[in-house]
Write a protein that binds this ligand. Structure first.
Ligand SMILES: NC(=O)c1ccc[n+]([C@@H]2O[C@H](COP(=O)([O-])OP(=O)(O)OC[C@H]3O[C@@H](n4cnc5c(N)ncnc54)[C@H](O)[C@@H]3O)[C@@H](O)[C@H]2O)c1
Ligand SMILES: O=C(O)C(=O)C[C@@H](O)[C@H](O)[C@H](O)COP(=O)(O)O
Ligand SMILES: [Zn+2]
Length: 370
C-alpha cells in the first residue's frame, strides 16, 4: 500500500486518475454517487483479478461481461454481445460500467459504455502498463474495422481511472516493455525527463514495484492529461502545438503494421517502430537532428523494443502499408498527415509528405525493403 497520487484530467467533465500500489479501495470513491449496479467488462484470462476488485464493491449489484482477450475483443460482435447482456439486465443510466483489463478491454468497454443508452458512466481499472499510461485516460474508445485499427468509436470520458500498480505484478514482461513504448513516446513529444529516467535506469529494474516505474507512469499520465485537457476531441491545439494529434506520434505506421500482422504484434511494439520511422521522416523533411533520431533507436532498444520491421514475415510491402495509412484518422482527403518532431518535445504536423520521402524513411527501418 502506498499513498496514492491523484492526477486531475481538467476537461469540461473533469475526473481523477488515481495512481498507487494497493489502492483498489479507492474504486468506490470513483464511481458516481448513488450507483447501485455495475457491469464489469473483463477478459476471461484476467478473471482472477475480479475477486480483489469485488471486495470493494460490496453492497452493489455486480454483473460480469466476459470478453475475449486483447484485440480479439475489439469488434462489433463482442460489442453487440455486451449490449445484449446489458439489455437483458435492464441496465439503466444510473448504473455504471467498470473495465478491468488492458487497453483492448478499456477501448471495448469504453465503447460499450459510450453507446449503451447513448452513454453511461465508466470507470477504468487498467491492468497493463500501456492501459495505465495511455488507453484508460483521455476518453478515446473504439473497435477495429476490417479497413483498419480503431476506425469505429467515440470520445467518451471515464468518470475516474484507478491505476493500481500491484495489478502489474502478473503482467508478462513483454507486455510491460510494450507499455514502455507509449511512455517513451511521451518523452519525445512532451517530457524529456522521461527519456533521461529510462536512459539512467537499468531496464531490468523497471519492475511494477520500482519508484522509477511509478514516476514514469505518473509523468506519462500527466502528459496525456495536459494534452487532452487542451484538445479533447483532436480538433487542434493552441498556436504552435498540434493538440491531441501529438499523442499519435508514431501511430500512423504503427496501426498499418498492426493490421498487416493481423494484430499479432503488440501495439506498443508497433508504436516503437513507428516512432523511429517518423524520426527518420523528420530528418529527411525537416532536418531533425541526427542525434535525436539515433536517440529514438537507442532508448527504445535499451528497454527491448523493436526499432526495425520489414514486413517479410507477413508479406507486407510499403505499398500495402501506404494503402492502409490512407484511412488513418489524421488523413484529410487523399493527403496523409504525420506527427513529427521539429525538435525534442516540439511535435508538429507534417501534411502531405512526398512518397519518395516516406519510402526512404521506411527503407531505413526495413533494411532497404520497400
Ligand atoms: N484509447 C486510447 O487512448 C488508447 C491508447 C493506447 C492504446 N490503446 C489501445 O490499447 C490496446 C493495447 O493495450 P494493451 O497493450 O494493454 O493490450 P491488451 O489489452 O491486449 O493487453 C495485452 C495482454 O496483457 C494481458 N494482461 C493485461 N493485464 C494483465 C495483468 N495484470 N496480468 C496478466 N496479463 C495481463 C492481456 O490479457 C493481454 O493478453 C490497443 O488496442 C490499442 O489500440 C488505446
Ligand atoms: O489518445 C490519443 O489521442 C492517442 O493518440 C493515444 C494513442 O496512443 C492511442 O493508441 C490511440 O488509440 C490512437 O488513436 P487513434 O485515433 O489513432 O485510433
Ligand atoms: Zn497508442
Amino acid at each position: 500500500m502506498s499513498e496514492p497520487t491523484v492526477i486531475r484530467v481538467a476537461t469540461a467533465s473533469p475526473y481523477d486518475v488515481v495512481v498507487g500500489r494497493g489502492v483498489l479501495d479507492r474504486l468506490r470513491g470513483l464511481l458516481p454517487a448513488g450507483v447501485q449496479r455495475v457491469a464489469i467488462v473483463c477478459p476471461e484470462s484476467l478473471e482472477d483479478l475480479l475477486d480483489p476488485l469485488a471486495e470493494h464493491l460490496e453492497g452493489l449489484d455486480a454483473m460480469v461481461l466476459q470478453v475475449p482477450d486483447g484485440e480479439e475483443a475489439k469488434n462489433w460482435e463482442v460489442a453487440a454481445a455486451c449490449w445484449e447482456a446489458l439489455g437483458e439486465e435492464g441496465f439503466t443510466r444510473s448504473d455504471a460500467v467498470i473495465t478491468l483489463g488492458g487497453g483492448a478491454t478499456t477501448d471495448l468497454g469504453g465503447f460499450v459504455a459510450a453507446t449503451w443508452l447513448r452513454g453511461v458512466a465508466v470507470v477504468h481499472v487498467p491492468t497493463s502498463l500501456l492501459a495505465m499510461v495511455d488507453a484508460a485516460v483521455g476518453g478515446k474508445t473504439g473497435i477495429n474495422s476490417p479497413a483498419g485499427k480503431n476506425l469505429i468509436g467515440s470520445f467518451h470520458e471515464p468518470v475516474g481511472v484507478l491505476c493500481d500498480l500491484a495489478l502489474l505484478d502478473t503482467l508478462p514482461r513483454a507486455e510491460l516493455v510494450a507499455g514502455l513504448g507509449e511512455v517513451i513516446k511521451c518523452g519525445f513529444i512532451a517530457d524529456p525527463r522521461i527519456l533521461e529516467l529510462v536512459e539512467e535506469t537499468d531496464p531490468a529494474a523497471l519492475t511494477p514495484d520500482s519508484p522509477v516505474l511509478r514516476e514514469l507512469v505518473e509523468r506519462s499520465i500527466a502528459v496525456k492529461a495536459d494534452v487532452v485537457a487542451a484538445d479533447l476531441k483532436e480538433t487542434g491545439g493552441a498556436a504552435g502545438h498540434p493538440g491531441r494529434e501529438a499523442l499519435n506520434y508514431g501511430h500512423t505506421l504503427a496501426h498499418a503494421i498492426e493490421k498487416a500482422t493481423d494484430y499479432s504484434i503488440r501495439h506498443g511494439e508497433a508504436v516503437a517502430i513507428g516512432c523511429v520511422f517518423v524520426a527518420e521522416l523528420a530528418a529527411r523533411t525537416g532536418g531533425l537532428d541526427r542525434d535525436l533520431v539515433e536517440r529514438h533507436r537507442a532508448v527504445l532498444a535499451r528497454v527491448g523494443l523493436p526499432t526495425t520491421w520489414d514486413g517479410s514475415g507477413v508479406g507486407a510491402d510499403f505499398d500495402s502499408l501506404l494503402a492502409t495509412m490512407a484511412v488513418d484518422k489524421k488523413a484529410r482527403g487523399n493527403q496523409l498527415r504525420f506527427l513529427v518532431l521539429a525538435d525534442l518535445a516540439r511535435p508538429t504536423v507534417l501534411a502531405g509528405p512526398a512518397e519518395d520521402d516516406l519510402r526512404a524513411a521506411y527503407a531505413t527501418i526495413s533494411g532497404g525493403a520497400a
